[in-house]
Ligand binder design. Structure first.
Ligand SMILES: Nc1ncnc2c1ncn2[C@@H]1O[C@H](COP(=O)(O)OP(=O)(O)OP(=O)(O)O)[C@@H](O)[C@H]1O
Ligand SMILES: [Mg+2]
Length: 291
């Protein structure tokens, strides 16, 4: 088992990725992405739907090695998946026929631990994500937020040095999302592992990240890296937070002269989202910006 104190750097060096489309022509999805993530850093990657965020995480996780450039974690080029890189997917992907505990245990299949150590690790991670009492519940008996917590526990149970999170709270209501953001921050502070969170929620990116990397689409490129030099816990109503949010939103608005950034929503944890297609009537709690 790897000590969680050994968080690691991630170097993404000139990474480009293409997919073959059905007619055989290549689709450039990522173009010359370079980024260095420091050990123990929390980096948010923010971009509209389809700009290549999940693709980038899959490359860092080692789930796809068909790209140009290099991804180096802890000084070693990523060539495959590793227990040292946990990933939480956009949908929780729990096995419906396994309980919460069994789902977490399944992630320990290849871990060099005794059965007892595995049981202890599962119990510890159930507690870490606040699911005591729900160990034996099946996914259909859990709320969406609880299922995501199981997914986060599953991503953490191998004590990875890096945790990659792909819009883990995207499908949740605003209040649950806010609560889980706080929990994730607590876990990050406790475990000190390097985290990359992909999101299209501007508030979430700024609330959690040491830095926010904004991506431009088609093909996905790094547009800007914003330092979020605000003390934690952050206040969404802090004028400095609001200023940063407006700056980031204005950045995205530059892509599309027709769709100007609407005023941010100050509802607690309401989020300010960006997405690729215009939405006719944005709900009060979720102003959307299209380009
Ligand atoms: N396996 C695949 N084969 C072909 N094209 C793909 C494949 N996976 C993704 N793409 C394309 O790559 C682009 C980026 O997809 P990706 O899933 O990385 O976007 P994303 O930024 O995560 O979007 P979202 O916010 O909606 O999750 C999209 O145009 C998508 O259609
Ligand atoms: Mg995605």
């Amino acid at each position: 088992m790897t000590s969680s104190t050994l968080s690691e750097s991630i170097d993404i060096l000139h990474v480009s990725k293409r997919y073959a489309q059905q007619d055989g022509t290549p689709l450039a999805v990522l173009d010359d992405i370079s980024l260095r993530v420091r050990p123990g850093e929390f980096v948010s990657v923010l971009g509209s739907s389809g700009c290549g965020k999940s693709t980038l995480l899959r490359l860092i996780a080692g789930l796809d090695t068909d790209y140009t450039g290099d991804i180096v974690v802890a000084g070693e080029k990523v060539r495959d998946t590793s227990l040292e890189r946990g990933i939480v997917f956009q949908d929780h992907r729990l096995f419906p026929w396994l309980t919460a505990s069994q789902n977490i245990l399944a992630a320990l299949r290849n871990a060099p631990l005794s059965a007892r150590e595995k049981r202890d690790a599962v119990a510890q991670h159930i507690a870490l994500v606040g699911l005591n009492g729900f160990e034996h519940a099946y996914p259909h008996q859990l709320s969406g937020g609880m299922a995501q917590r199981v997914a986060i526990a599953r991503g953490l149970v191998n004590r990875p040095r890096v945790l990659l999170l792909d819009e883990p709270f995207g499908a949740l209501d605003a209040l649950t999302r806010g609560r889980l953001q706080n929990e994730l921050q607590r876990i990050w502070e406790h475990e000190r592992i390097t985290m990359i969170l992909v999101t299209h929620d501007v508030d979430e990116a700024l609330y959690l990240g040491d830095r926010v990397v904004t991506m431009a689409p088609r093909p996905g490129r790094v547009k800007r890296i914003v330092d979020v030099a605000l003390p934690r816990p952050r206040e969404r109503n802090d004028p400095r937070f609001i200023r940063l949010r407006d700056e980031v939103l204005a950045d995205f608005a530059e892509h599309d002269g027709e769709h100007r950034a609407p005023p941010g929503d100050d509802t607690p944890h309401g989020g300010t989202r960006i997405q690729a297609a215009p939405v006719a009537s944005p709900p009060i709690t979720e102003w959307r910006l299209a380009w």
